[in-house]
Each structure stands twice: as structure tokens, then as C-alpha cells.
Design a protein around this ligand. Structure first.
Ligand code: R5P
Length: 262
């Protein structure tokens, strides 16, 4: 791995802890104005200082994120479908020159293993990895988005391993029972999506369990920005991911921060 690639990865996955709290706010690219992100800046601005990386689309980056930010950007470069149609038929939506122009730390696309868009999205991953390798930009493959996709270790392990085999530098997937087997079979850093909003205490337990299994961290969206207190939640998630805080202690911290903010 060359210097530029390593440098970009270490801006995202913090060398001190070896972990990352990425904040995912790219949901609008297929589902429009998602709850919690309707007023994008109102939600994202207070969270940005606590995010090790922001996962975002090109349009929201250009229009809503201050270019003086020091938060590394993971740019979503796939699109082409919406919640109204077949989600898996995505193509590449941003060229590598434009990603470089935006000085991003990483580029990301979804792959749909087992879906109608399997072939195209996997070949797109291959193309993106080749482009990323050329310019020292890591590629994160996002697996298993979509209602019909399974969420067990067999399926998620299959998707994550395929992504790594094609050359992804990072993989984003979902937490599941026997998650350790997913991590063991995937020789690149793995981060978990949060998925649908669940109670804050449960989301903290899930983050802690993922770290225990060897995940590099989280790339969480709705379980942070739809929390009752998003700024308290991201700090509690950080405590779990970077400091190995127990979920119970982190939940206490969440409640204390929430109370002191109100
Ligand atoms: C989906 O394709 C997007 O990348 C989402 O940003 C992501 O998977 C979700 O984050 P969460 O499930 O934690 O809301």
C-alpha cells in the first residue's frame, strides 16, 4: 500500500485506538429527505466535530459542508436507483477526478450480492478499486443494503469476503450473530452500519459487541442522527469505540450528556 493510501486510511481509522466512528449521512441519495436529515445542516453541523469521518454524497458535500472542515470525507460515488424502484441496479455516479477535486479521504459504493444488480455492482467495485489504487484513494464497499437481503453471518461473510477479494480497502456491513466469523474471513477493516433506529442502549450494545468481535468501528447513521440527543449519542458511541467503555457506562454517559444539554 502506498503512502497516500496509508495516509488517507490513518486520517479515518485513528492510529491511537485503531478504530473509527464514521457518521453516515448519505441516505438521501436513494431515499430523499430522510427523517433527521431534512434540515441537513441543523443535524450534521453539531455532530461533525465528533465524527472521525463523514460519509456523504457529492451534492450535500458541495452545498452543505464547510470546505474548511478538518473532518475526512468518505464520498459516496454510486447511485442510480431509489426506494421507489429496484434498489440494486446502481452504477458509478462520480468520476475519480471529481473525487480528487473534493480532496476526499475515501470513496464508497454499494454492492448487491445476490440481487439483480450483483454483476454490475461487483464489476463497478473492481473498476473503482483500480482507480482508487491509481491515485491512493481507499475504497469502502457497502454490503447488504435493501429490505430483501439476509443479515446472517453466512450471507454477510460472503458479501464482505467477496468485497475484499475484489480489492475493497474497507468493508461496511451489518452486525449479526457470530459476527466474529465475518471479521475473521475479511482481511480488511470492517465497520458496521447501525441500521434502523433502535433504542440508544441497544445501539451502544451493538457497537460494543462489534468492537469485541474485531470490527474497526462503526459507520452509523440513523442510530445517531435520529437519537433523542444526537450529539450525546455520538459521544457515547465514541466512548465505546475508542475507549472500550462498557455499553452500560456509555448509556449513562448518554443520559448525562442529554440532561446537561436540555
Ligand atoms: C446506505 O446505503 C447508506 O450508506 C447508509 O448511509 C448506511 O448504510 C446507513 O447507515 P445506518 O444504517 O446506520 O443509518
Amino acid at each position: 500500500m502506498d503512502w497516500g493510501m496509508k495516509n488517507r486510511i490513518s486520517r479515518m481509522i485513528k492510529p491511537d485506538s485503531g478504530h473509527i466512528v464514521m457518521l453516515a449521512v448519505d441516505h438521501g441519495y436513494f431515499q430523499g429527505p430522510t427523517t433527521g436529515l431534512r434540515n441537513f445542516n441543523e443535524t450534521v453541523d453539531p455532530l461533525l466535530p465528533y465524527a472521525d469521518t463523514l460519509m456523504v454524497t457529492r451534492g450535500m458535500l458541495r452545498n452543505c459542508i464547510d470546505p474548511t472542515t478538518s473532518t475526512p470525507i468518505m464520498l459516496r460515488v454510486s447511485a442510480g436507483t431509489s426506494v421507489l424502484t429496484e434498489l440494486s441496479n446502481e452504477g458509478l455516479s462520480v468520476d475519480i477526478e471529481d473525487a480528487i477535486r473534493h480532496n476526499v479521504a475515501g470513496i464508497t459504493l454499494s454492492i448487491f450480492v445476490g440481487g439483480p444488480g450483483e454483476r454490475e455492482t461487483l464489476l463497478n467495485l473492481g473498476k473503482l478499486v483500480s482507480m482508487g489504487n491509481k491515485y491512493g484513494i481507499p475504497v469502502m464497499a457497502v454490503t447488504a443494503v435493501g429490505r430483501e437481503m439476509g443479515r446472517d453471518a453466512r450471507y454477510l461473510g460472503l458479501c464482505s469476503r467477496i468485497a475484499a477479494e475484489i480489492g475493497a480497502h474497507m468493508v461496511k456491513t451489518y452486525f449479526c450473530d457470530d459476527f466474529k466469523s465475518v471479521i475473521q474471513a475479511t482481511p480488511v477493516p470492517v465497520v458496521i452500519a447501525g441500521g434502523k433506529k433502535i433504542p440508544e442502549a441497544d445501539a451502544l450494545k451493538m457497537a460494543a459487541a462489534a468492537i469485541d468481535c474485531g470490527a474497526a468501528g462503526v459507520d452509523m447513521g440513523r442510530n445517531i442522527f435520529q437519537a433523542e440527543s444526537p450529539v450525546a449519542m455520538i459521544q457515547a458511541v465514541r466512548a465505546v469505540v475508542h475507549k472500550g467503555e462498557s455499553p452500560d457506562k456509555a448509556f449513562e454517559m448518554y443520559n448525562d450528556l442529554k440532561a446537561s444539554a436540555s
